[in-house]
Design a protein around this ligand. Sequence first.
Ligand code: URA
Length: 204
Amino acid sequence: MFNRDCRDCPRLATFLDTIKTKHSDYFAAPVPAFGDEHPTLLIIGLAPGMHGANRTGRPFTGDYAGVLLYQTLFELGLASAPTSDSADDNLILHGVRITNAVKCLPPQNKPEISEIKNCTPYLKQEIDALASTCKLLALGKIAHDAILRAYELKLSAFPFSHAAAHCLPDGRKLFDSYHCSRYNTQTRRLTASMFYNIVKQAST
Ligand code: URA
């Protein structure tokens, strides 16, 4: 089960300890999933951002990475408001749950492969708890690969590509999107309409 006191990754645990001393008001702990308890779509990001999820305790909340995500969910009728500002803003997601492949903030937003693997059992538990018809949407290749690891699948059997739809062995569908990061949106690698289309496809 999700463990707020997890210290399985020494580098990440000590990094969070340091942040907690600098920013005593920051969440600075493994960030739990957010949204519908019985979703029809699970969205999987990479890891909490320093001043976003790591500060607020809710995935994609409080920094730029969540702007397009929550706006798009709202446009599709999947969120009660277009922004997610804090963990106590009363935002409700309809049929959607959001989590991260790695639950703790990694230095430079780059988890090591061992850290991704350490966190896989938590992702696997989240996936196992879903209805068999629930779809998955990976935001970026790291999330995509983490899902394949949770399923113990060969990464080469399901290559990541934006807007790809993969059929997983248990019948679930895995959709891929470029990550909705500031870098990807500002360089227009991922446009608002590209993102809208893939979230719509994954949620209907
Ligand atoms: N914030 C998150 O919670 N996840 C990401 O992947 C990026 C920012």
